[in-house]
Design a protein around this ligand. Structure first.
Ligand SMILES: O=C(CO)[C@@H](O)[C@H](O)COP(=O)(O)O
Length: 232
């Protein structure tokens, strides 16, 4: 698949997921990933209903906003995301993504995120086909493909997402619409190059960064693996 360069960011982006960070030292963890070269901060918001876990909410996003200049990428794993999506933009999120499976009014929610000034993303669980998005192309800025079932960090990568990335990349090329493709779950050096080669533009990594022996080196290595995938 050839990629018209205008359809992809200049370089692939790494978004460390704070879910795997030390919550007692969030400010230091933010500075660490920023100085190591990560370009985006991924924030997992879970409500204990859409997924079986509860994490963080608006007040923490407001605090993160004060602590970093990097884009805050809030992945909402919540039911009825229309109720809160624009609130996250107002709290300081730059990107807000909502699950297609959680939203009966996805078109409206995406419009609300954009209207509040954010980049609007749709998230697809491993079992949701990318073809379900064909009638929304142009209404979102990015698609987040889950490569694990959402809810927890540290799970194993589901390789079938690679085919979904390729199909989404083909859709973007066919329509000539420059949305970017993000992948989240079990991302590591073992799959980062393949994901970027398939068409991914932004990789989320939790354990592969924060649970590494040296998280700074992990960021450098992941960025290197991703760049190699783009060159291939
Ligand atoms: O959204 C989620 C989990 O639901 C992710 O963002 C995880 O936090 C990624 O962690 P790793 O799989 O990379 O450890």
């Amino acid at each position: 698949m050839s990629h018209p360069s205008s359809l992809r960011p200049a370089a692939p982006l790494l978004a460390p997921s704070l879910l795997s960070a030390d919550f007692t030292r969030l400010g230091e963890e933010l500075r660490m990933i920023e100085t190591a070269g990560a370009q985006v901060v991924h924030v997992d918001v879970m409500d204990g209903r859409f997924v079986p876990n509860i994490t963080i909410g608006l007040p923490v996003v407001e605090s993160l906003r004060k602590a970093t200049a990097l884009p805050l990428d809030c992945h909402l794993m919540i039911v009825e995301p229309l109720r809160y999506a624009a609130e996250f933009v107002r709290a300081g999120a730059d990107w807000v993504s909502v699950h297609q499976e959680a939203d009966l009014h996805l078109h409206r929610t995406l419009a609300a995120i954009r209207q509040a000034g954010g980049k609007a993303g749709v998230v697809l669980n491993p079992g949701t086909p990318v073809e379900t998005l064909v009638d929304l192309v142009g209404d979102f800025d990015f698609v987040l493909l889950m490569s694990v079932n959402p809810g927890f960090g540290g799970q194993s990568f589901i390789p079938r997402v690679l085919d979904k990335v390729k199909r989404l990349d083909a859709l973007r090329t066919e329509r000539g619409v420059p949305f970017f493709i993000q992948v989240d779950g079990g991302v590591s050096l073992k799959n980062a190059g393949d994901l970027v080669r398939a068409g991914a533009d932004c990789l989320v990594a939790g354990n592969a960064v924060f649970k590494a022996a040296d998280p700074r080196i992990a960021v450098t290595d992941l960025l290197g693996g991703m760049a190699a995938g783009r060159r291939a």
